[in-house]
Write a protein that binds this ligand. Structure first.
Ligand code: ZN
Length: 458
């Protein structure tokens, strides 16, 4: 059975065939870096990581592109309100650029903590202003834009099938509308370029053929995915909240410029539902990965929890569910550690596991196969080799696990995290200083492909 994926565009489970033999282009909408990522956002990246590993399992070379939205994402989808970066800047007093740097580093730290494979390419919206301006100029030339007092807008009335991805009933949205549309001609139209307010200077603004301002949010993904993967590539991913507006608009723009719907498959991860009360808000803050780590939770236990639900079903999050995931992961690690190396994988179990993965990433059923193997009477070296195969998709780093990791004092872990953060921000002298401080405290830090490894000096 070949890999089959549920495509939101066609609303069907389709056998996956790449557009180019052996290669897959994969674009995933990344974070808006004006604040920390919420664990619900991170669930989507775990699903995308599993997808990427499943593609590799099927022998494909994956070109994986993730964007960083560091400008142009307005507070409201109705194209008014402030830009989130500038708003974040007003909140903290830092420059918009410093905020973008800080939260990009924080996001990438979460990324590594969850053992998500490094993308082939991270791309920032602010590094691709020229590409976005070119894109908008082509849309203008093709007759898809109009100008208002505050920006250049995409005219969705020019496309009969606008909103097909979301099965939007656009006529209903337009008739008898009570939606505030401002200067826009209709509710579904969206900003391509917003002008800086007259008489004011923004921290992030650029000259354009239409006036000084900044790009709208949606155009960056169309421009950067076309640049790095071409205007017709294999798979575009995001959260289910992207379907109605962001992805519908990416498709509209790309159709208007390139005549394609951008990606052959559109995949969407579903929400994480937080139990109201306890964890949803702690001191006005939402739950982020660090909140869990501060409570002694291993980030990979959160990863395990994500794997335990199908990506197209909503997952209920609460501390009990997370504790159960941590207990299951601990049980798995302890069993694995006792198994000797040197065996060969059990072909039947591997085939059953892979078949579940290939059926639209059915990880809950794949985990059931894993636990059958753990509890089986197969030779222990066979179990180890088989579970090693599984872990290439699960990404739980079973072979790297050392129980003594838990004995690293919290103050040392904190120094190591600060060093990791400094490295991500390319503050090399600060990173070196923290390495020396760790050494003075008796700890050696080494950088591996999987992140930092701490060892006591002997
Ligand atoms: Zn996007």
């Amino acid at each position: 059975m070949p890999l089959a994926l549920y495509d939101t565009w066609s609303r069907t489970l389709r056998p996956f065939t790449p557009l180019r033999p052996d290669h897959v282009g994969l674009y995933c909408c990344g974070p808006t870096v004006y604040d920390h990522a919420h664990i619900g956002n991170l669930r989507t990246y775990v699903f995308e990581d599993v997808l990427r590993r499943a593609l590799a399992l099927n022998g494909y070379t994956v070109r994986h592109v993730v964007n960083i939205t560091d400008v142009g994402h307005l507070v409201s989808d109705a194209d008014d309100g402030e830009d989130k970066m500038e708003k974040g800047s007003r909140r903290t007093g830092e420059s918009a650029w410093a905020i973008a740097e800080r939260y990009t580093a924080a996001f990438q730290r979460d990324w590594r903590a969850l053992n998500l494979l490094e993308p082939t390419l991270w791309c920032r919206a602010t590094d691709h202003i020229a590409e976005q301006i070119d894109f908008i100029a082509d849309l203008e030339r093709n007759g898809y834009t109009y100008r208002t007092a505050d920006g250049i807008y995409f005219d969705t009335a020019k496309q009969d099938d606008y909103g097909y991805l979301a099965r939007l009933a656009v006529t209903g949205l337009q008739a008898g509308k009570r939606v505030a549309v401002g200067d826009k001609q209709r509710a579904t139209d969206f900003a391509l370029w917003k002008f800086s307010a007259p008489g004011s200077t923004r921290q992030m603004e650029w000259a354009s053929p239409w006036g000084v301002g900044f790009p709208g949010w949606h155009i960056e993904c169309s421009a950067m995915s076309a640049k790095y993967l071409g205007p017709w590539f294999d798979i575009h991913c995001g959260g289910e909240d992207h379907i109605a507006v962001h992805h519908s608009n990416e498709i509209a723009q790309t159709q208007a410029r390139h005549g394609t719907r951008l990606a052959n498959f559109w995949l969407h991860g579903h929400f994480l539902m937080l139990d109201a009360g306890k964890m949803a808000k702690s001191g006005g803050d939402f739950v982020r990965l660090q909140t869990l780590i501060d409570r002694g939770v291993d980030p990979l236990a959160y990863r395990y929890l994500c794997l335990s639900a199908h990506y197209r079903s909503s997952l209920r999050f609460n501390m009990e569910a997370l504790d159960a995931a941590q207990a299951a992961l601990d049980r798995l690690r302890r069993a694995y550690r006792q198994w000797p190396e040197g065996g060969a994988p059990d072909a039947g179990a591997v085939a059953r596991f892979n078949a579940e993965v290939d059926q639209d990433l059915n990880l809950p059923r794949a985990l059931a196969v894993l636990w059958e193997v753990v509890r089986s009477d197969l030779p222990t070296s066979t179990r180890r080799a088989t579970v090693d195969c599984f872990d290439s998709v699960l990404g739980l780093r079973l072979a790297d696990w050392r129980e003594d990791v838990a004995t690293i004092p919290a103050s040392i872990t904190l120094l190591a995290m600060q060093r990791d953060e400094a490295r991500a921000a390319k503050e090399w002298s600060e990173a070196d200083r923290l390495r020396e401080q760790l050494r003075a405290e008796g700890w050696q830090v080494e950088d591996s492909a999987n992140g930092q490894v701490l060892r006591p000096l002997d």
